[in-house]
Ligand binder design. Structure first.
Ligand SMILES: Nc1nc2c(c(=O)[nH]1)N[C@H]1C(S)=C(S)[C@@H](COP(=O)(O)OP(=O)(O)OC[C@H]3O[C@@H](n4cnc5c(=O)[nH]c(N)nc54)[C@H](O)[C@@H]3O)O[C@H]1N2
Ligand SMILES: Nc1nc2c(c(=O)[nH]1)N[C@H]1C(S)=C(S)[C@@H](COP(=O)(O)OP(=O)(O)OC[C@H]3O[C@@H](n4cnc5c(=O)[nH]c(N)nc54)[C@H](O)[C@@H]3O)O[C@H]1N2
Ligand code: SF4
Ligand SMILES: [Mo]
Length: 745
């Protein structure tokens, strides 16, 4: 299984000895059916990258040196425990990066790590990404993981905002061959509308491309809702009995007429009305918003409005609309009942008072939590699969903050911009040497299915499976340093079974947990846990209650996976709100709406704003070290519209100085009408020119870090998500600076 993006394609590898010499799409895979993209095809080169660390590193006399695993974990225990004992649990921060959703270890062990540490200082990539969707799902449905997925294969009408699946291969919508699925939508007569300030490859595929002003999606979406009410197009259908707050939403969007938002969006009012009518009239329709609607000023409001539109058009939870997947390791469905609801801000961050979300604090606040003196300061950091020096705002400040820590441990295969600060680096083996199961993405997939593969290549001498690395890390930071790794798994298994046998809805109610634990199969702790989750899950064998049901053994008999069918309606059983209904206008959202109303009266910015972009052969900050992926069109250029370039006196290819609140960087201009006027675009994840790293290829063509333009203060307040798109910047042509320092735009 390819671990490189959310599409989760099955791969067929060619292996010579222990080396992966080829990778192609697995034609028999029940879900991806042979699809592969250039990244997946480069799996062998990535897997065999000579810059990958193969041994742990421990800092001695200031330099990182290879060490044994025993020495490395001893150093972790010695580095962390005394700090916790002296300064309390919050002295240790935890940073979880994106690849944790692609590894089994990242799904299974961080909860144990966090409970062992007891820290409130958790930072993840979610607050640079999808936290607004969690907040919206949490408030509307009572469960932050209840994220509706557009039913790509059956919808008649797709409104896609701020996503570019032709480059990203999709996000919060796991769909191998997303491009093919969009083409199929058009071929069966469906319509595709893309909202994006850039004329992306996805936009080029659409019936309609709306080149919106960055940051204005919440205005556009509010206007669509407005039209539905104004023109009497609300049709909840079977949702009617499950939804409360419809009339309140009508009042809330009263001021957001298409005419009122047209200037802010820079879109014609008539087109907005037409789009609303089309959504309402389509037999089925799905609204789907991603990065460009999340990492913006009104990220949560936009994410909420996406869900509201799906509800008001009756498309939530119906085939062809937006549905909740049911993955094989989800909790088995049970009778609907009111839940506990979702609360935000149960505590706040120390320095800026940012509210907690899902027990996390904003990634943009990590640096200040380290470098601001005082009680409760972060003194040690555990970073797992994270490169926040490049991926979070103001990498320069974070870089300095990391250097000031008393202790840091990184679980990372590379010595890069972030891990170079660690006292201990624990490198996981390459993906071919790791088992793979998509715990996260199966809950976001356009089709229910389940696939598991064991490591394709045996673990090489000296390597340690990432699950074992995580387990031993948990033991090292708790009082159990030196205990066998399986102790962590045994603990989790015991606890889960204890709960299951006490649960009257569980198939194992009343049975003996020890007996059940003895029935688990699997060669590793992680496999036994997977077996447990599958057997207790919605398709499971219930330890004998459903003899035909799923178990690890059954799954191993199907190396290309098992198809579990199309998505099905799940309301009301998914709801966990206190009311037991969809709460359409949650109080925190209502309280944030005045901010959006104020935007109606705001004059659009005169100058330029920055947006990001992704390239098919890139992946955040860490694929630039693979030669076949780091060349050709995959370059760190500043895209600018020809008219804006002419006004600023910028020539194609010439270096441009870009200034933002957090700093300035220099990148070559790429003049292209693919970005709208008033917008410039830089990709993120570049800037590999810091000393002390070991990424030879990336360092040779380093690019610049777009996040250096941010100072970390711009956040979507409800979700703590950094504003990464629609950020004001100033440009100066570098060549002209000497003669005319005022030539800025
Ligand atoms: N300006 C701007 N900034 C952005 C974004 C944007 O659109 N614009 N996007 C944001 C988004 S959506 C995200 S998700 C974040 C991502 O930001 P991060 O979570 O920091 O992720 P990556 O840049 O992917 O870095 C991942 C790290 O994991 C390591 N790694 C790779 N494979 C493994 C593995 O198997 N195990 C372990 N332990 N480590 C591994 C890599 O070497 C790298 O150090 O960036 C965000 N930053
Ligand atoms: N090739 C590749 N694939 C990846 C990744 C990668 O780095 N490279 N990263 C992975 C990760 S971690 C994630 S989260 C996903 C993200 O997957 P997507 O959400 O599809 O992300 P992007 O490709 O960045 O597309 C975001 C689009 O939003 C547009 N945009 C910017 N500002 C606005 C705005 O204000 N409004 C609107 N409507 N649009 C706006 C941008 O121009 C861009 O085209 O991709 C994943 N897949
Ligand atoms: S689309 Fe994503 S999962 Fe599929 S091969 Fe490409 S990188 Fe891998
Ligand atoms: Mo992401």
């Amino acid at each position: 299984m390819c671990p490189l993006c959310e599409a989760t394609c099955g791969l067929t590898l060619t292996i010579e000895g222990t080396r992966v010499t080829g990778a192609r799409g697995d034609r028999d895979d029940v879900f991806s059916r042979g699809f592969v993209c250039p990244k997946g095809a480069a799996f062998g080169a990535l897997d065999g990258d000579p810059d990958r660390l193969t041994r742990p590193l421990v800092r001695r006399n200031g330099t990182l040196q290879e060490a044994s695993w025993e020495e490395a974990f001893d150093a972790v225990a010695a580095g962390i425990r005394p700090l916790v004992e002296e300064h309390g649990p919050n002295a240790v921060g935890v940073v979880l990066g994106n690849p944790n959703v692609h590894t089994m270890a990242g799904a299974l062990y961080p909860p144990a790590l966090l409970s062992a540490l007891g820290t409130r200082n958790l930072f993840t990539a979610s607050t640079l990404d999808q936290m607004p969707k969690h907040v919206s799902g949490g408030l509307l449905f009572g469960d932050p993981f209840a994220i509706p997925v557009p039913d790509l294969d059956r919808t008649d009408c797709l409104l896609l905002l701020g996503a570019n699946p032709l480059e990203s291969n999709g996000s919060l919508c796991t769909a191998p061959d997303f491009p093919g699925r969009l083409k199929a939508l058009r071929e069966r007569g469906g319509t595709l509308t893309v909202v994006d300030p850039r004329a992306t490859r996805t936009a080029q595929l659409a019936d309609r491309h709306l080149a919106i002003r960055p940051g204005a999606d919440a205005l556009l979406l509010a206007a669509l809702v407005h039209v539905l009410f104004e023109e009497d197009l609300i049709a909840l259908g079977r949702l009617d009995v499950y939804v409360q707050g419809v009339a309140q939403v009508r009042d809330a969007v009263r001021e957001f007429s298409p005419e009122a938002v047209a200037a802010g969006c820079d879109l014609p009012a008539a087109g907005i009305r037409e789009l609303a009518r089309e959504l309402a009239a389509a037999p089925t329709a799905a609204v789907y918003g991603r990065i460009g609607t999340c990492t913006v000023e009104f990220g949560t409001l936009a994410s909420w409005l996406v869900d509201v539109l799906n509800v008001l058009t009756g498309n939530l939870d119906r085939p062809g609309g937006a549905l909740f997947p049911l993955s094989a390791t989800d909790r088995a469905p049970r009778p609907a009942a009111p839940g506990k609801g979702f609360r935000l801000g149960r505590w706040t961050s120390r320095v800026s008072g940012h509210p907690e979300l899902k027990s996390e604090l904003p990634a943009a606040a990590l640096a200040e939590e380290i470098d601001t003196p005082g009680e409760g300061r972060i003194r040690a950091l555990v970073a797992i699969a994270a490169n926040p020096v490049l991926s979070a705002p103001d990498g320069g400040r974070l870089d300095a903050a990391l250097a000031s820590l008393d202790f840091m441990v990184s679980v990372d295969p590379y010595l890069n911009e972030t891990s170079r600060h660690a006292q201990v680096v624990l490198p996981p083996p390459p993906p071919a040497q790791s088992a793979h199961y998509d715990f996260a993405f199966n809950t976001l997939a356009v089709r229910n299915q389940v696939r598991y593969t064991r490591a394709a290549v045996p673990l090489q001498d000296g390597g340690l499976d990432e699950c074992e690395i995580h387990a031993r890390l948990v033991l090292a930071v708790s009082g159990m340093h030196g205990a066998p790794a399986h102790a962590v798994d045994d603990l989790v298994i015991g606890r889960t079974l204890g709960k299951a046998v006490a649960d009257p809805h569980a198939p194992v109610h009343g049975r003996d947990p020890k007996e059940l634990a003895g029935l688990l199969t699997g060669e590793t702790g992680a496999e036994r846990r997977l077996d447990l989750m599958l057997r207790l899950g919605p398709y499971g064998d219930g330890f004998g209650a459903q003899p035909e049901g799923l178990s690890l053994d059954r799954l191993l008999d199907h190396p290309h996976g098992i198809d579990l069918g199309p998505l099905k309606p799940r309301l009301p059983e998914v709801l966990r709100t206190r009311s037991g209904r969809v709460e359409l206008l949650p109080e925190p959202v209502a309280a944030d709406l005045p901010r959006l109303r104020a935007a109606l009266d705001r004059d659009p910015l005169e100058g330029l704003v920055l947006v990001g972009r992704r390239h098919l052969r890139s992946n955040n900050s860490w694929l630039h070290n693979v030669p076949v992926l780091n060349r050709g069109s995959n370059r760190c250029t500043l895209q600018i519209h020809p008219e804006d370039a002419a006004r600023a006196g910028i020539a194609d290819g010439a270096p441009v100085r870009v200034k933002g609140a957090g700093g300035e960087i220099e990148a070559p201009a790429e003049i292209t009408a693919a970005v709208r006027r008033g917008v410039v675009s830089l990709p993120h994840g570049w800037g590999h020119d810091r000393p002390g790293t070991r990424t030879t290829v990336a360092t040779a063509a380093p690019g610049v870090n777009s996040n250096q333009l941010l100072d970390g203060t711009l956040l979507d307040p409800l979700s703590g998500t950094a504003v990464l798109n629609g950020v004001p910047v100033l440009l100066t042509p570098v060549d002209e600076e000497a003669t005319n320092p005022q030539a800025t735009l």
